[in-house]
Design a protein around this ligand. Structure first.
Ligand SMILES: Nc1ncnc2c1ncn2[C@@H]1O[C@H](COP(=O)(O)OP(=O)(O)OP(=O)(O)O)[C@@H](O)[C@H]1O
Length: 235
């Protein structure tokens, strides 16, 4: 079974307004798909719908080959899909960094020692082991972003869904974040307005426009220095 996420003809309404219409999307093993599009297009809504945080009006969601309709169905698969929220403050809830990053593995049944080990290893991978004993609410925005990502990596999910992962992250930490994502072996679903990041990490891109998903291209071409851009397929 190769398809991890399979959305069929999804419609989602928020506050009486139809945000997504007739959305089909598949994500398979090894894929790194970027969702791009203007503010308010529905990218975050789509990510939230995938893991049952946003109710769907119509359509079907299959995750890891299983149809998901009830909260119980979604709860079972959520540990396999790490979701980086757009706002880190919605994600961090323990007093210290280490407690927060170890929370996922503990919740999955690891012993305290194992959970601490997995948490430290995730923090080291992102180059932020020195933050382990820090108080979460005193971290900078960029530090919080990396701590949230460490919390997801520590759970070893099959899929990472990242909503604006590079927001507020400086060049040095951004380099570590990209390195950790290159090394991550699972599938990726990225939402980002950072074209260079998308071009570096994604293998495929789709544009969310007028509530629908349209294929977009990622291509490479030469400027003063060589770099890759995101290009909208239909424009
Ligand atoms: N909590 C909410 N209640 C009602 N409507 C909402 C809520 N959050 C978002 N919306 C609306 O849903 C639509 C899609 O928003 P969404 O956050 O999914 O867009 P987005 O593509 O992720 O935007 P951005 O690039 O700005 O993050 C917008 O019209 C937005 O105003």
């Amino acid at each position: 079974m190769n398809t991890l996420i399979d959305l069929i003809d999804l419609t989602v309404t928020r506050a009486g307004k139809t945000v997504l219409t007739g959305v089909d999307l598949t994500l398979s093993h090894g894929e790194r798909l970027a969702l791009i599009g203007p503010n308010g297009a529905g990218k975050t809504t789509l990510l939230r719908s995938i893991i049952g945080l946003e109710p769907i009006g119509a359509g079907r969601i299959r995750l890891f080959g299983e149809a998901c309709t009830t909260e119980r169905d979604f709860r079972k698969i959520r540990p396999r899909i790490g979701f980086l929220f757009q706002d880190s403050d919605d994600q961090l809830f323990c007093p210290t960094v280490l407690e927060d990053v170890a929370f996922g593995p503990l919740n999955l049944g690891c012993s305290e020692e194992e959970a601490r080990g997995q948490a430290m290893s995730a923090l080291e991978r992102l180059g932020i082991a020195l933050l382990a004993e820090r108080i979460n609410h005193r971290l900078s925005g960029g530090e919080k972003r990396l701590v949230c990502l460490a919390g997801l990596l520590a759970m070893k999910p099959d899929v990472l869904m990242l909503d604006e992962p590079t927001n507020g992250v400086d060049a040095e930490n951004g380099q570590r974040l990209r390195q950790a994502l290159h090394e991550y072996e699972g599938a990726l679903l990225l939402v980002s307005h950072d074209d260079a990041f998308v071009a570096e990490l994604a293998t495929r891109a789709m544009l969310v426009r007028h509530g629908r998903l349209v294929a977009a291209e990622i291509h490479e071409h030469a400027h003063v220095h060589r770099h890759r851009h995101v290009h909208l397929g239909s424009e």
